[in-house]
Design a protein around this ligand. Sequence first.
Ligand SMILES: [Zn+2]
Length: 87
Amino acid sequence: MTGPVRTCVGCRRRALNDELVRLVVAHGELVVDERRRLPGRGAWLHRDPACLVKAERKRAFPRALRVPGPLDTSAVRAALERLATEE
Ligand SMILES: [Zn+2]
């Protein structure tokens, strides 16, 4: 592997940046940082709804992003579905 490597918060596998999306909390909501430029902590996830489900089950997002409560992942799910149809 070459290039920056991150760990997916869903399956905990390491992957190249390009295979993952960066997620951040903006205005209390979990969103996909498509340009990877938003400030603050980011969590990395495969472009795979299965990894989103795994991360939700493990409550990985609040832990990775250091926020207290559960996060609404509906915007992320919609974004992953949109990315999947674009490829
Ligand atoms: Zn994954």
